[in-house]
Design a protein around this ligand. Structure first.
Ligand code: FES
Length: 155
């Protein structure tokens, strides 16, 4: 599965003094190559490449919200922060509004495979709560009107 990106993997490995340290970068590459989620086969391949136990690679993949293990996701992933600051500032309403706007429930992917809606713990932007992350971007001080505008930008 990672055969097609052999050169990228070799270049990535050179960036780290210890093979194991490349695990997150390799998970990112494997997820991209599989179209947005990690397969058991890819994680096993990474374990062999990095001389790690498969369970260690799996644990890293499951710990971080940017990886999707064995669950296909949409082209864009939305994470709504539900931790204390965002919760106090109305993250429940943000989630409800997104569920209505997208026609899915938390954890689901839209029928056109465009968005997957998830929750996250603190994303480190508590001062601008409530907030969400879509792909690599933060969207802060959210309200329903702002969310509608953001989603329109993805059409
Ligand atoms: S609690 Fe939401 S960013 Fe910290």
């Amino acid at each position: 599965m990672l055969e097609n990106v052999k050169e990228e993997i070799q270049a990535t490995l050179k960036k780290y003094p210890v093979k194991k340290s490349a695990v997150m970068d390799l998970l990112r590459i494997a997820q991209r190559e599989a179209g947005g989620h990690l397969t058991r086969e890819a994680m096993d391949e990474i374990a062999v490449l990095l001389e790690m136990q498969p369970v260690e690679v799996n644990a890293a993949a499951k710990f971080y919200t940017m990886y999707s293990v064995a669950r296909p996701v949409g082209r864009h992933r939305i994470w709504v922060c539900r931790n204390i600051s965002c919760s106090l500032m109305g993250s429940d309403h943000i989630m409800k509004h997104l569920e209505q706007a997208l026609g899915v429930k938390k954890g689901e992917t839209t029928s056109d495979k465009k968005f997957t809606l998830d929750v996250a713990e603190c994303l480190g932007s508590c001062g601008t709560a409530p907030m969400m992350q879509i792909d690599d971007e933060f969207y802060e001080n959210l309200d329903a009107k702002k969310i509608d505008g953001i989603l329109k930008g993805f059409k």
